[in-house]
Ligand binder design. Structure first.
Ligand SMILES: Cc1cc2nc3c(=O)[nH]c(=O)nc-3n(C[C@H](O)[C@H](O)[C@H](O)COP(=O)(O)OP(=O)(O)OC[C@H]3O[C@@H](n4cnc5c(N)ncnc54)[C@H](O)[C@@H]3O)c2cc1C
Length: 458
């Protein structure tokens, strides 16, 4: 039987166990601010909740092997379309699917949307435009274009988005805010703080994913899953073919008070630039390339995160100790390590750099990629790049879609991820409505849905 105990008694027990200090000091801090106070003698009673035996399935160490027992998982949610990963691709996929009328869930391991764009502090959206008939044409339209348009109506949210410009730079907090707004407005069900750890399979068809969160290990079931994790975590877990590429892994940081720096003096001291301009004029974002290594190795990720942070710290200290740089400060290092490429789907079609530079339209074109600096023509992206060779029930979008090594430098850019995400989300919704597999959606119907949603297909 549970015996109710008072908060005071709980604190006493925790203190005796050596656990009380942090809890007690937090309690004091809470009570010293504006939190409602409890009248003396009316301390609410707390119950210690025993963990039910049936909800615990710890791994067991048996003969030096760690064995995870089989168990039934709670179903957190059931939906038409499940988008895993809330970066540019996942955001666009979720909004597109929901706007097309599908019940849509987006699940993201962190607490915000935007992936590398906002969490990685990669703030310049390259390749929004291409050169068509000698004119700069915006190719990143549809959901991505809608987001950029909305940012342009907020003071201090976007730079270089006026007509005739290209490669806009966005403020990360404004971008997160607007993504939240658009996701909510489209009616997408959101699960943040949810790390996809596995897939749910029914035969050879992906039927959902398994998530770890503070609520435990739970499944979300779906008719179609869009893998927008950037690293292809879902298609890899489902057994799809993929290749893995190594690429430079960096860590972006931002500087504050750059408008109070004396650039002449800093140049004389050997600092060539303070980074890329941002909508907030006192801040700059600073890219960092880093070594080419394995983005799927937790040892490497841990090592790099700390090494990069140390080197950034030392660099900024040097800057602050140089003539003209004393007012500049380290505003933040990116909450997300800068992974550029890891897994790429083995898809029905691998788009090549050569094809991207011979702008021919594919029968299944679902997006048109832009050019860095709008220097060349747009390049059609076929639906086949998003569809696994064999695996069903799943589409991939963003930087883990299918492309050859050289095209990675174009197809992993934010604008390209927004448009492949849009295409995958629309296709997923259409597959649900047509009661068919994603690979079997009728391409003319998909192209019509995309253009109705504002996408540019050339
Ligand atoms: C250092 C660096 C500099 C760059 N510079 C530029 C630039 O200047 N301009 C430009 O346009 N592009 C640039 N890029 C590329 C661009 O930022 C990314 O390629 C793009 O953001 C990829 O979008 P995505 O949605 O495919 O993936 P991501 O942005 O990586 O988003 C993936 C999302 O999935 C989530 N996720 C991952 N795994 C799981 C899981 N298992 N469960 C739940 N959620 C998961 C992640 O948290 C993340 O939110 C740069 C990239 C880096 C790393």
């Amino acid at each position: 039987m549970n015996t109710p105990i008072s908060r005071r008694e709980l604190l006493r027990i925790l203190s005796a166990a050596g656990l009380g200090t942090a809890f007690a000091s937090r309690l004091v801090a809470d009570e010293s601010d504006s939190a409602p106070r409890v009248a003396a003698g009316k301390v609410p009673e707390l119950k210690l909740i025993p963990v039910a035996g049936k909800s615990r399935f710890p791994a067991r160490l048996v003969d030096g092997k760690v064995i995870q027992p089989e168990r039934t998982l709670p179903i957190l949610h059931e939906t038409d379309v499940l988008v895993v990963g809330g970066g540019p691709a996942g955001f666009a996929a979720a909004v597109a699917a929901a706007r097309a009328g599908a019940k849509t869930v987006i699940a993201e391991r962190f607490g915000y949307f935007g992936g590398q764009w906002t969490g990685g502090l990669v703030l310049v959206v390259i390749s929004t435009h291409a050169k068509e008939n000698g004119q700069k044409v915006q190719v990143c339209r549809g959901i991505g274009g809608d987001l950029l348009d909305r940012l342009s109506k907020i003071n201090g949210a976007i730079l270089n988005y006026e007509p005739g410009k290209h490669n806009p730079t966005t403020d990360p907090e404004a971008t997160k805010f607007m993504m939240d707004e658009m996701i909510a407005e489209a009616g997408v069900k959101v699960f943040l703080h949810s790390w996809a750890a596995d897939v749910v399979m029914e035969g050879d068809v992906v039927r959902g994913a398994v998530f770890e969160s503070k609520s435990g290990r739970q499944a979300i079931l779906a008719k179609v899953v869009v893998d927008a994790t950037g690293d292809g975590d879902i298609f890899a877990a489902a057994g799809a073919e993929f290749e893995q590429r190594l690429h430079a892994i960096g860590l972006v940081h931002r500087l504050g008070n750059v408008d109070r720096a004396d650039m002449e003096k800093l140049k004389a001291a050997g600092f060539r630039s303070l980074g890329g301009a941002e909508p907030i004029t006192s801040a700059r974002w600073v890219n960092l390339r880093g070594p080419s290594t394995d983005a799927l190795d937790v040892n490497e990720l841990s090592r790099l995160e700390m090494e990069h942070r140390r080197s950034i710290w030392n660099h900024v200290q040097k800057l602050r100790n140089s003539p003209g740089g004393d007012k500049v400060f380290l505003l933040q290092t990116a909450p997300q390590l800068g992974v550029r490429t890891s897994r790429l789907l083995g898809a029905v079609k691998q788009l090549t750099y050569a094809e991207s530079r011979e702008p021919k339209k594919f029968p299944d074109t679902v997006a048109v990629g832009g050019a860095q600096g709008a220097q060349h023509a747009g390049w059609p992206i076929p639906y086949g790049c998003l569809v696994p060779k064999k695996l069903d029930g799943l589409l991939a979008a963003g930087r883990c879609a299918s492309m050859d090594e050289k095209l990675c430098e174009d197809m992993r850019l934010i604008a390209a991820c927004l448009i492949t995400g849009h295409a995958a989300g629309a296709a997923a919704a259409l597959a649900v409505q047509s009661k068919c597999l994603p690979r079997d959606v009728e391409i003319p119907k998909l192209q019509k849905l995309l253009t109705d949603q504002g996408a540019y297909l050339g």
